[in-house]
Design a protein around this ligand. Structure first.
Ligand code: IPM
Ligand code: MG
Length: 352
């Protein structure tokens, strides 16, 4: 169990520390942790947000636990040196094309959702987001506009090969869930989405047991808020998945509770190689103050045990400890509470 720990920027190191403590407490045989620099922290130390040695460490590991990247000090750097390139580079270099983002309201926290509690209680969905294609990784640049001003451009595309492999993950996830899969696109406007939709429809013939539907992304944004119960698994592209997963996390009540897994095809002894990270960012405004909620990172470590190491029982133990702490009133500032990072970590450990 070789795990690369990449804490990154802002609150990344604080929340990662708590997740590592939880992992160590499980006393798993053969677990070895390696620390690497990423993001603005890596830029400041090595002149690059994703140094070669960090990439090599991640490649040689069975799983990566990632904190967050993003540092206002680096906003003026050229794009290729900005902290965000570390996570985008890891996803691309390690071919982590499938991003799983579960969003579920914890029992007892319905009142913390901005939705009506009776609607919030029905939110329990999984976003399967394609992670290595789309407008994120197309050619981009700046040119002179026709009127002589500036013009930025970004190229959006999906090949049917890319769609087919993420669709397979979506169908598989729907099968382990309740059989419902909703593919989200913008096929009424975008050619990229037309290829997406046609390819997903083709793939459906191999999965007759799955109840497949299609929805435009603008409508999906509205439906997640107004009637979340209709969704089981949502399958979507990189850009739409980025936006909808923040939307879903807000509906849960806090982005500080949502974990994610990014996987490819590479097998490990107990599952698949993956990168695990909270879906929140580096939160520079509260960095270093011990205020950040580490639950999303702790839950990401649980996903790692499940998906990369086949340790379902241990994953469930961590998840139960987190929901136990929440049920007992342990709340970070993100949930309107006063518990700090270490106190939340300790509360989870105690229940573990
Ligand atoms: C996410 C983040 C990243 C993304 C940023 C940090 C590049 O928002 O993981 O959702 O856009 O994918
Ligand atoms: Mg995002």
């Amino acid at each position: 169990m070789k795990i690369a720990i990449l804490p990154g920027d802002g609150i990344g190191p604080e929340v990662t520390r708590e997740a590592v403590t939880v992992l160590k407490a499980l006393d798993l045989p053969g677990m070895t942790l390696f620390d690497g620099d990423v993001g603005g922290a890596a830029y400041k130390r090595h002149g690059h947000p994703l140094p070669q040695e960090t990439l090599t460490m991640a490649r040689e590991a069975d799983a990566v636990l990632f904190g967050a990247v993003g540092d206002p000090d680096c906003d003026g750097l050229e794009r290729s040196l900005r902290p965000e390139q570390a996570i985008l580079g890891l996803r691309k270099e390690l071919d982590l094309f499938a991003n799983l983002r579960p969003a579920k309201v914890f029992p007892g926290l319905e009142h913390l959702s901005p939705l009506k509690p009776e609607i919030a209680a029905t939110l329990d969905l999984l976003i399967v987001r394609e992670l290595t294609g789309d407008v994120y990784f197309g050619d981009k640049g700046e040119r002179v506009a026709q009127d002589g001003g500036r013009e930025g451009w970004d190229m959006m595309s999906y090949s049917d090969t890319e769609v087919r492999r993420i669709a397979r993950v979506g169908f598989r996830a729907a099968r382990s869930g309740d059989g419902r899969l909703c593919s989200v696109d913008k096929a009424n406007v975008l050619e990229t989405s037309q290829v997406w939709r046609d390819t997903v429809k083709d793939a459906a013939s191999a999965h007759p047991d799955i109840d497949l539907s299609h929805m435009y992304v603008d409508n999906a944004a509205m439906q997640i808020i107004s009637n979340p119960a209709q969704f089981g698994v949502i399958l979507t592209g990189n850009l739409f998945g980025d936006i909808l997963s923040d939307l879903a996390s807000a509906a849960v009540g806090s982005i500080g509770l949502l974990a994610s897994a990014s996987m490819g095809d590479r097998a490990t002894a107990g599952g698949l190689f993956g990168l695990y990270e909270p879906i929140h960012g580096s939160a520079p405004d509260i960095a270093g103050q011990g205020k950040a909620n580490p639950m999303a990172t702790i839950l990401s470590a649980a996903m790692m045990l499940r998906h990369s190491f086949g340790m379902e029982a241990e994953a469930m133990r961590i998840e139960a400890a987190v929901s136990g702490a929440l049920a007992d009133g342990i709340r970070g500032g993100d949930l309107g509470g006063t518990h700090g990072t270490e106190a939340i970590g300790a509360a989870v450990l105690e229940r573990l």
